[in-house]
Design a protein around this ligand. Sequence first.
Ligand code: SF4
Length: 366
Amino acid sequence: MVEAAHRQGFALVGFALLRRLDERDDFYRRWLQDGRHGAMEYLALGPERRIDPRTLDARFKSIVSLAYPYAPPQTAAATSIDWRAQMRGRIAAYALGRDYHDYVLNAACAVAEAIADARPGAITRAYVDTGPVFEREWAAAARLGWFGKNTMLLNRDQGSYFFLAEIFTDAEFEPSREPYREHCGTCRRCLDLCPTGALADGYVMESRLCISYQTIENRGAIPVALRPKLANWIFGCDVCNEVCPWNGDASSEVNSKDLIPFLPDLLALDEGSFSRRFTGSAVKRAKRRGLLRNVAVALGNTRNPDAVSALARSLDSEKEPLVRAHAAWALGQIGGVDARRVLEAARARESDDSVLAEIRAARKII
Ligand code: SF4
């Protein structure tokens, strides 16, 4: 079965006995009570299902935890360009290319089939970010690595650039018993260098501050105080991976069009062109209105007067008030005579209150 997993592309395989994760109980319930999950209400639905997977199916006895590596970000290439001058955005490395939910789940299902072949009648259920599963906790229990201060699972050889998958089964596997030592030590780079301070001591992630959360899971307005900190991230963020010494100087070749997309082009995407460009991509999760909202913020963060015309078009003809509102904010950040003229014209014809509020706020700071 381990060979089958490697053949499917999984670099790491481990086993754990299925049990109630008592050690996560208090932490998780407190995290939810503190509202740190933001608008991700699905995380608060029946926490017991996550803490004790036997509530999903009492017959499960073991979990097979799997790690599937993905291409690390091309950090040097992405940071060597002047993104403000060139108006280029960034997408988190995991979301470049095909949506991992599809191909990693297929690979996990193939491993599940191998289990059923070897143990006829075995019940298996595979997950890849597709159910109420504490993926990192189970991966740590299966000794794939340690739970890092950046709240990722880290492995000495693989760093943290991998997807996790799990197979719950009633088949019994010898658990991986060799403890995996924690290797963060005194390092706190991820905590100190997170642009929004989303990571706190005690392995706490404040989702509402996380750039990934704001650019993907938040469906509404991005808090004004956070917008400048998003820099040019338009879908997800890699900072706490990039700064981690365990990822070394990992980098890979990717299509530069995907790596550093031209922001004005993205702001001009209609439903059809958005769908065509991001079919089969994880970026679709943000939906067009979410992605264009992020693009507007990134254009504002360029402070580049060349962005005014794209933002003016958006403020004039974009159908989504959410996007128009962020375009107005962006024009306020860029400032200057042209941006002010665009805002004045928009104020005269705009009827949406949320957009008008952003226009008023933007005019005040120009
Ligand atoms: Fe741990 Fe340092 Fe990596 Fe953060 S950056 S996860 S503290 S090793």
